[in-house]
Design a protein around this ligand. Structure first.
Ligand SMILES: [Zn+2]
Length: 493
């Protein structure tokens, strides 16, 4: 269905820049202007996805429904705090604004209602979540042909209500970052270095380069204007506490009769691993094993946190453990780092920290390397040239390329377009696509262009399939301050 908002008289222009309907702007459009500027920029791949292209035009309002919350999440204030931590991450790196209005056990269940039956409050609630740990997405209003896309007006975030799904409250933050990614319009990424990767779901806790690029294309810069998205965001780096006094660690993580290595990683404790690589057994669990004792002159009982930090320097997972051993005894214990398939998808140097909770001191540190390369289908990219044609007409030229040489679709979503599908140009690696885009008025406008290839989105998905894996791979947003006088009037993200 199509919704035409009041205040503008029909479609002003075709894409070729020839006016068919309203005459209001014709004199301006016909006035020839010199090509005052030409802009070139190589765009980076961003593998965000919307099944139908859309975005939020204003702040997202969430409401938390605590009904059925599983054991670790019985206190609503704790859950609200964790939701706010996840929100803060997206707001730091993109211009999206998300507000949590509070807790309401009677929040309207309007997921299946049409646009007019929705209350505009995104309900965060507990349920079966289709067997996944979380399930989320936006709901669009009718297609808005003035905007050229579906404005999002509501949505839902469902979290799994089975207590066995959750090891710790902090785990919720990582899940929420992924689910809020869906809510703002991102689908699953092909790139394992993405919080939106789901093949398998990799338990990253922060948006990575592709996530940030996609969110920024949709919503602009956040409070942090990151110049190099491939570098870690310093605010998210994990900082371990200061080292514990030597006396405290004398009987910990040292060789004993059970583990002569003192501490190590392994799948089976009698086969320590030097690193994780392609040959490491799939569909199993990687463990961190450690020895305690044997010459401890007193019983050991330490309330500890074992922290796993991923190669980016971000906290990956933390687990509470009592480190215990009776007087003059040899003890050993182990804790899971994660599933081998998942760990193998996050290459680089990992760090394990063991923290003494009572004194907030570092008892032990162990590094291990994941030497794997996950091959994935890279999205197409484009160099973009923007040239002024007249006060409201702009020529946009895309020199497109695709690392795998796949066929490329360029999908334009200009304002004043009658079709939700946008306007598609077929292209291939190395080719050029160009269109004159007519904007409705000589003021500031943003044009969204999707670039996608015809390859399967990720292992297990198929090309052209529905679901969260389908959609655009690279999104370019071009904002023009019309009429264009100089390069400061064109912004590409
Ligand atoms: Zn997902």
């Amino acid at each position: 269905m199509t919704r035409v908002s009041a205040g503008r008289a029909g479609n002003l222009a075709t894409l070729a820049g020839i006016f068919l309907g309203s005459l209001v702007l014709v004199p301006i459009a016909l006035a020839w202007e010199p090509q005052v500027s030409d802009y070139l920029r190589a765009t980076d791949p961003a593998l965000g996805i919307g099944i139908e292209f859309g975005r939020w035009n204003s702040q997202i309002n969430l409401v938390y429904d605590p009904d059925g919350a599983p054991a670790p999440f019985g206190t609503s204030a704790v859950v609200i705090d964790l939701i706010e931590q996840a929100i803060a991450q997206w707001e730091l790196v993109s211009g999206i604004k998300i507000n949590i209005t509070g807790t309401d056990r009677f929040a309207a269940i309007d997921e299946n209602a049409g646009p007019s039956g929705k209350d505009g409050l995104v309900r965060v609630f507990w349920g079966p979540a289709g067997g996944a740990v979380g399930l989320a997405g936006p709901d669009g209003d009718f297609f808005d042909e003035d905007l050229g896309y579906f404005p999002y007006i509501d949505g839902s975030v469902e979290l799994n209500d089975d207590p066995d799904q959750w090891d710790s409250p902090s785990e919720l933050v990582g899940v929420l970052v992924h689910e809020l990614g869906h809510l703002i319009g991102l689908g699953h990424s092909d790139n394992p270095h993405s919080v939106m990767f789901a093949n398998p779901y990799n338990h990253l806790n922060h948006p990575r380069a592709d996530d940030i690029l996609a969110a920024r294309a949709l919503y602009g810069n956040g409070t942090l204007n990151i110049s190099d998205v491939t570098k870690p965001v310093s605010q998210w780096l994990y900082t371990p506490p200061p080292a514990a006094p030597a006396g405290t660690t004398a009987d910990l993580f040292k060789a004993n009769s059970i583990f002569e290595l003192g501490s190590f990683i392994a799948i089976d404790y009698d086969l320590p691993l030097t690193d994780v690589d392609a040959s490491t057994k799939a569909d199993d669990f990687l463990w961190f094993y450690y020895a305690i004792g044997p010459n401890n002159s007193r019983a050991i009982d330490i309330d500890a946190t074992i922290v796993f930090v991923d190669p980016f320097g971000y906290l990956y997972e933390s687990r509470q453990r009592d480190i215990e051993c009776q007087l003059n005894f040899s003890c050993a214990a182990g804790v899971t780092v994660g599933e081998t398939n998942v760990v193998k998808s996050v290459p680089g140097t990992w760090t394990i920290y063991v923290i003494d909770n009572a004194f907030n001191t570092l008892l032990h540190k162990l590094n291990f390397d994941v030497n794997t390369t996950k091959v994935f289908n890279a999205g197409p990219v484009a160099n973009v040239s923007v040239t002024s044609v007249s006060s409201i007409v702009v020529n946009i030229r895309l020199d497109v390329s695709d690392a795998e040489g796949d066929a490329i679709e360029v999908v334009w979503h200009p304002q004043s377009t009658p079709s939700a599908a946008g306007i598609t140009d077929k292209a291939s690696d190395g080719s050029t696509v160009s269109r004159d885009i007519t904007f409705p008025t000589a003021s500031t406008h943003t044009l969204y262009i999707e670039l996608r290839d015809d390859a399967a989105r990720y292992d297990g998905s198929s090309a052209g399939s529905g679901g969260a894996g389908d959609g655009f791979q690279n999104l370019i947003a071009i904002t023009v301050d019309l009429p264009i006088a100089d390069s400061g009037d064109v912004h590409i993200r």
